[in-house]
Design a protein around this ligand. Structure first.
Ligand SMILES: [Zn+2]
Length: 102
């Protein structure tokens, strides 16, 4: 196994352990595991795929608009939306992710 792949595997194990404990945004994950938010998003996508063969699932507390409380329920992407479709405000909370048994 390549060393890089080994390292990625360890990061993902740490991320799974973290998300089993508490709901985290990509920013929370990047700070906890000392990786970039982009890397956190890439690992999260991998985790979401790999969890599909287990009894656990990746759940999302969706991003919400801080101005009008619009909830971005349909959004599957991990990043923060740029603008609220209802009131056009840009103060949007970060989506947060957690892992629960299916
Ligand atoms: Zn809004």
């Amino acid at each position: 196994m390549m060393p890089e792949e080994n390292e990625a595997r360890t990061v993902r194990q740490d991320m799974i352990a973290l998300l089993q404990t508490e709901a985290c945004s990509l920013r929370d994950i990047s700070q906890a595991l000392h990786i970039s938010e982009k890397e956190a998003g890439d690992h999260l996508a991998h985790i979401r795929r790999s969890l599909s063969t287990t009894r656990q699932v990746l759940r999302i507390h969706p991003a919400t608009c801080r101005a009008c409380d619009f909830v971005f329920r349909e959004r599957q992407r991990f990043s923060r939306p740029g603008r609220c479709p209802r009131c056009r405000a840009t103060r949007i909370s970060l989506p947060r992710f957690f892992i629960r048994s299916g």
